[in-house]
Write a protein that binds this ligand. Structure first.
Ligand SMILES: [Ca+2]
Ligand SMILES: [Ca+2]
Length: 233
């Protein structure tokens, strides 16, 4: 009886410990909506297979995914070789806004952008990236704006830029302010935890060890109490 009571007391603490140890995992993107890339065919989102024509520059694309979330990365590209940009989506004439659908609400804590920089061809890092969240794809919350220095990635190379965010929603909107220059992006990824936080936590070794110690203390206390009752002083 006492053991049952002790377990009842320690259980909330144990669950809290497990929740604290839940950690971020990659978030799968169900679909993203955005304007297609510009001019040359390699600049487009060539594998996008939803609504909208990926062969038409700046066509509105929606309902599916393409090169931005396929896991494939581009390489360095010579300024005179548009074909080398195939893995990238390159915008110039539009200020791209991309709305991602995660299929369910997630607590997002990191956005990772893989971007190519080529100063001689005016392919630059965006001057700022604006992030906002929504549950219905219509009403978006407060905007978090990240200002870039332009040197996050070395010239003539591509690299990851990680942005730490705090936000929850099924939809995430990214505004990539290219400030009138070219912007070449080949992958965008997200990390976070499923929302609400009552989802099944990922119990690591530390969490399990803490849980075992708590359980052991609980059992010892209950046994000691029972012994006292059996052999009163
Ligand atoms: Ca890609
Ligand atoms: Ca492309």
């Amino acid at each position: 009886m006492k053991l049952k009571h002790a377990l009842k007391t320690v259980l909330p603490v144990l669950l809290a410990v497990l929740a604290i140890h839940a950690h971020a995992t990659p978030i799968s993107v169900v679909s993203y909506d955005m304007p297609n890339g510009d001019s040359f065919l390699p600049y487009h989102d060539n594998t996008y297979n939803g609504s909208g024509d990926p062969n038409v520059p700046n066509a509105p694309l929606s309902g599916s995914t393409g090169q931005l979330t396929d896991g494939s990365l581009g390489t360095s590209v010579a300024p005179s070789e548009p074909s080398g940009f195939y893995e990238y989506v390159l915008w110039h004439n539009v200020l791209p806004t991309v709305i991602f659908d995660f299929g369910a609400a997630w607590d997002v804590d990191q956005i990772s952008l893989h971007i190519f920089r080529l100063d001689p061809a005016a392919v630059h890092i965006p001057v700022n990236v604006d992030v906002s969240f929504s549950d219905d794809k219509i009403n978006f919350g407060l905007v978090t704006s990240f200002t870039m220095t332009g040197s996050e990635v070395a010239d003539r190379s591509s690299g990851w830029i990680d942005l730490s965010v705090t936000g929850t929603g099924r939809y995430l909107q990214l505004l990539l302010n290219n400030n009138g220059y070219h912007l070449a992006v080949d992958e965008i990824a997200f990390d976070g935890t499923q929302s609400p936080s009552t989802s099944v936590p990922d119990a690591g070794p530390g969490a399990l060890m803490t849980a075992l110690v708590l359980f052991g203390c609980c059992a010892w206390c209950a046994k000691r109490h029972a012994t006292k009752l059996t052999h009163p002083m």
